[in-house]
Design a protein around this ligand. Structure first.
Ligand code: HEC
Ligand code: HEC
Ligand code: HEC
Ligand code: HEC
Ligand code: HEC
Ligand code: HEC
Ligand code: HEC
Length: 314
């Protein structure tokens, strides 16, 4: 009986603490936001139509749908929708001129911001302005084109699973380069087929799962963790040895964060980092090295003995 009581007590306590946990999960602003999600979080929405004098249900524009799970799992999860959007959006129907409001840009908030100084936003901005995207399309191509305002979450810096980071980052590029509808927000030209354009690369899908687009397409510098200066196609990396060699360029891009951490911990070990994914040419195995030294030494010895025997026999 007593045991049962204790068991129940534990159960109730854990349910209580769980309930508390979830209430914390539903971040501070969620009540405000839930009014927006009421419409922007579901494929259909309803409102009272004053003219018809009844409630009507309509379909939501799929491009205006926002995933609340992704929203509350991103960098700006503590934000109210109206921190970035006009508070007038609280009214429905939304005012006609609201759609023309200029949106805040990353630098408006992050320039000179101490809390995010380590990201070096200013330098990222400089690199971006020199990128082929910005140079060719100036104002229309903003940081938001790659950083979805409602779901972007940093990966390269804090996700220890490199493969996940690769997929995450490549999907950013493919959100446009594999989607004509988004591409045409920027350009009315026909979109080149990314798969065909990389036919020269063997095991293309294997490569796209193991390296990021920016490895071959962006100019790397020491000032930022993730290179933002996308170059024209004639500057792209095509030489296999750039990666498939012991001083692989991947150490200063894809594995930059791991390399820095490892250098802090153990000094610098190429194989230490690449051991997770064995890469032709980039890994050197200590035992294989010893084995080949032993074989080489053995052959020398045999030649020596052979020569001595021949001299003696003559
Ligand atoms: C009753 C449903 C409803 C509610 C509540 C609602 N919206 Fe909307 N929203 C819509 C519809 C429908 C559209 C598309 C038509 C339009 O622009 O009016 C839209 C469009 C938008 C747009 C895109 C405007 C454009 O054309 O670029 C933004 C931004 C937006 N809403 C933000 C918000 C925010 C922020 C909130 C909460 C404060 C909110 N909405 C609450 C239904 C709603
Ligand atoms: C960190 C700033 C920020 C926050 C917070 C934010 N938005 Fe946005 N939102 C933007 C930007 C920037 C755009 C324009 C995107 C673009 O130009 O590509 C946008 C676009 C939209 C659109 C139009 C979709 C489109 O692709 O044009 C809707 C609808 C919208 N936001 C609703 C919301 C709702 C609802 C919330 C809260 C749950 C919210 N936003 C929170 C920055 C924000
Ligand atoms: C309206 C102001 C505003 C805009 C616009 C804005 N940010 Fe932020 N950002 C913030 C604030 C404030 C925080 C801190 C949020 C918190 O701690 O809850 C933040 C946090 C971040 C973080 C996480 C930092 C960390 O170490 O946790 C990243 C990364 C980030 N922003 C990137 C961006 C990028 C990229 C853009 C543009 C595409 C952008 N932000 C636009 C205000 C903004
Ligand atoms: C062509 C696409 C693209 C554009 C445009 C772009 N970014 Fe990025 N950005 C990325 C990718 C990809 C990442 C890596 C995301 C990850 O894994 O964290 C990234 C990462 C970042 C990070 C996190 C870097 C770190 O050290 O962890 C910041 C901050 C950032 N971008 C800011 C910006 C700002 C500011 C702009 C505009 C001046 C911008 N980005 C424009 C693609 C882009
Ligand atoms: C191994 C290096 C490498 C990787 C990884 C890579 N590319 Fe490329 N890419 C190239 C090279 C080299 C060219 C130039 C090909 C040519 O001119 O024949 C190119 C061309 C392009 C072009 C120009 C097409 C045209 O002709 O207009 C685009 C766009 C492009 N790549 C996007 C991407 C995207 C998106 C990814 C990631 C999914 C990616 N690339 C991954 C090396 C790479
Ligand atoms: C919002 C859409 C969009 C996103 C996201 C995007 N791109 Fe592009 N990209 C374009 C457009 C449009 C062009 C064509 C530019 C032109 O020639 O007018 C282009 C051109 C290119 C080119 C070819 C440049 C040349 O010389 O013709 C490369 C390479 C490229 N992008 C790589 C990338 C990489 C890598 C990423 C991710 C980090 C990325 N893009 C993300 C829209 C996008
Ligand atoms: C941007 C860096 C980079 C470039 C450039 C590059 N590779 Fe790779 N390659 C990789 C990585 C990373 C892997 C994945 C290693 C693994 O499987 O873990 C890989 C894998 C491979 C594989 C093995 C695929 C498999 O099925 O396991 C072959 C073969 C290969 N590359 C050949 C080439 C050739 C040939 C070129 C030049 C035309 C080239 N690579 C250019 C980075 C690169």
């Amino acid at each position: 009986m007593k045991k049962l009581f204790i068991f129940n007590l534990v159960l109730i306590l854990s349910i209580l603490s769980y309930a508390q946990d979830t209430s914390v999960d539903v971040v501070e602003h969620s009540e405000e936001n839930s009014k927006c999600f009421f419409c922007h979080g579901s494929p259909t929405y309803s409102y009272y139509n004053d003219v018809m004098e009844r409630t009507v249900t309509k379909r939501m524009n799929p491009y205006f749908l926002i995933d609340s799970v992704l929203y509350y799992d991103q960098n700006h999860k503590s934000f109210d929708c109206i921190d970035c959007h006009s508070y007038e959006f609280k009214e429905f129907p939304h005012g006609n001129t609201l759609r023309m409001e200029p949106m805040p840009q990353c630098l408006d908030c992050h320039e000179g911001d101490d809390a995010t100084a380590s990201y070096n936003f200013e330098k990222i901005n400089d690199e971006f302005l020199e990128s082929v995207h910005s140079a060719k399309h100036s104002e229309e191509f903003t940081c938001w084109m790659c950083h979805n305002p409602h779901s972007y979450k940093i990966n390269a810096r804090n996700n220890i699973n490199v493969k996940e980071t690769i997929i995450y980052d490549n999907n950013i590029c493919l959100s446009c380069h594999a989607d004509i509808n988004k591409y045409q927000l920027i350009s009315s030209n026909t979109k080149p087929n990314v798969i065909n354009k990389h036919d020269w690369l063997p095991n293309q899908l294997e490569h796209f799962a193991h390296v990021r687009c920016i490895e071959c397409h962006a100019h790397t510098s020491n000032d930022v963790m993730v290179a933002h200066q996308i170059q024209t196609k004639d500057m792209a990396v095509k030489k296999c040895v750039k990666c498939h060699s012991s001083n692989s360029m991947l150490m200063s891009s894809l594995y930059k964060f791991q390399a820095q951490e490892n250098r802090k911990k153990y000094g610098f070990f190429n194989s230490e980092i690449l051991s997770e994914s064995y890469m032709i040419g980039a890994n050197r195995n200590l035992y294989l090295n010893i084995l080949s030294a032993v074989i080489f030494g053995g052959i020398l010895l045999i030649i020596l003995i052979h020569a001595i025997l021949r001299i003696i026999l003559k």
